[in-house]
Design a protein around this ligand. Structure first.
Ligand code: SF4
Length: 453
């Protein structure tokens, strides 16, 4: 008797792990166009992050502070090494560098208004400083980027601190992009480049080839600013231990380490998803480097890349950061990926505009198109009106306030009167990977993978 053929019904519907639908789409797109994808925002892949750590709140062996009666200080001072006028912040949460060009002028102004109300700093980006950004920001950090677009000594003197950008977490080793549709007359004028033409920002500074040249550049900036302003050096997280040491040797007052969860307005997806190391891994390396040089507390550390909540801020501080910088979270607070925008006293549906971009709220990463449905990352005169400075500032202030309240709540629960007293001993990890990266014990054990052998 002949055997009836077996039907492998489930197997015939099984998606390949290596060639899943996403990969098939990628290959088909590459085959059709011969181009790589460019997009905005940060890494979408799952990475070890601050969610993999938890705090050991006070219990029998520690004494918690009463939330509504006992103070928990948040004052943060950056740039104490050489600058005559260090930056003094009310909270350890700052706004990361984002360019006028990537963001609308309204948004840049909103960032300044909210940061000023919360007693913190905001940061310029590629393309220079807008007058309204300077007016609205009590404390403004001015970036010196490889492109030098819009960079000039007059604005250096107007700033409260200078940030020399060596790299960004979303694209270490790569430059930025601003596609032609976002290069309107004002953006073009500030960058002294033609309107409507794609702009590529350089991946390395024109006047140096290594750390010795960085030391010369820092010296120049100090002389231009009469040694008043702190000089920050920002690196994308890769070989963080060595990079932080080199930045300190070059004379940085503050080192900014941006992990691979950091966002961008536009770059190649292969950069965003495949270059750099997670923020969690970078913080420990940065702190180790400062401790190795006996510079912990003398050179301050700002951590950025995927900081979203007050718990994230608290964990970064506990690991040894002096402050954090936030980019994508700020954009979300302003309305990014929201279903509606608020204009002329009413909420309006933005879903059709997302659909026109081929996406939907919650999935958008289309900042590079200049067609932001909620008016955040656009230079289009009509779309820009979807977010006014006052409305943006109100929401951002609320977000920053919430983060700070969560931060102090956690610090009090750990028995700290100052958020800067949080320490690695307050943390444990939920996964072996996070324990190894963060250098804290796996929960319920004394084991820190990679140490103690
Ligand atoms: S909603 Fe706007 S800011 Fe947010 S990802 Fe889309 S284009 Fe970018």
């Amino acid at each position: 008797m002949e055997t009836k053929p077996v039907q492998f019904k489930n197997l015939s519907r099984e998606e390949s792990y290596g060639y899943d639908r996403k990969t098939l789409d990628y290959i088909r797109n590459a085959a059709a166009h011969g181009l790589y994808e460019i997009r905005g925002m940060g890494a979408k892949r799952k990475l070890p992050n601050f969610d993999d750590l938890v705090f050991l709140g006070a219990s029998m062996s520690r004494y918690p502070l009463e939330g509504y009666r006992e103070k928990c200080l948040t004052k943060t001072v950056l740039g104490t090494r050489f600058a005559k006028k260090p930056v003094e912040l009310d909270i350890p949460i700052t706004i990361a560098g984002m360019s006028f060009g990537a963001l609308s002028a309204n948004v840049k102004e909103a960032l300044g208004l909210a940061a000023t109300e919360m007693g913190t700093s905001t940061t310029t980006g590629d393309g220079g400083m807008t007058p309204e950004e300077r007016r609205s920001s009590k404390i403004l950090v001015y970036q010196c980027l490889p492109s030098r677009y819009g960079f000039n000594p007059d604005d250096v003197r107007k700033a409260d601190a200078i940030e020399v950008v060596i790299g960004q977490g979303a694209k270490p080793g790569g430059g930025g992009m601003l596609l032609g549709q976002k290069v309107n007359p004002r953006v073009a004028k500030m960058r002294t480049l033609p309107e409507g033409v794609d702009q590529r920002s350089a991946c390395r500074h024109p006047d140096w080839t290594g750390p010795d040249d960085l030391a010369i550049k820092i010296q120049e900036l100090r002389e231009i600013t009469d040694w008043e302003k702190p000089i920050y050096v920002k690196v994308g997280a890769t070989r963080t231990f060595n990079d932080v040491k080199l930045a300190v040797h070059a004379g940085a007052d503050v080192v900014v380490v941006d992990g691979m969860q950091g966002g961008t307005a536009a770059t190649q997806t292969c950069f965003i998803e495949h270059i750099g190391i997670p923020t969690l891994a970078a913080v420990r390396q940065a702190v180790n480097a400062l401790e190795d040089l006996d510079m912990k507390g003398k050179v301050q550390l700002i951590v950025s890349g995927g900081i979203r909540t007050g718990a994230d801020v608290a964990k970064a501080l506990a690991m040894g950061a002096d402050a954090v910088a936030i980019g994508q979270g700020v954009l979300v607070a302003l309305g990014c990926n929201g279903e509606t925008y608020y204009q002329n006293g009413a909420h309006h549906d933005a879903i059709a505009d997302y659909n026109a971009l081929g996406t939907t709220p919650g999935f958008c990463h289309h900042c590079h198109t200049g067609k932001c449905p909620v008016g955040v990352t656009t230079q289009d005169a009509t779309l820009e009106q979807r977010l006014t400075p006052a409305v943006g500032a109100k929401h951002l202030k609320n977000y920053l306030k919430t983060l700070n309240m969560e931060l102090t709540t956690i610090a009090r629960a750990c028995g700290k009167q100052n958020v800067h007293h949080l320490e690695p001993e307050d943390l444990v990890a939920l996964t072996i990977e996070a324990a190894a990266m963060a250098g804290v014990p796996l929960a319920g054990t004394n084991w820190i993978p990679g140490q103690g052998f």
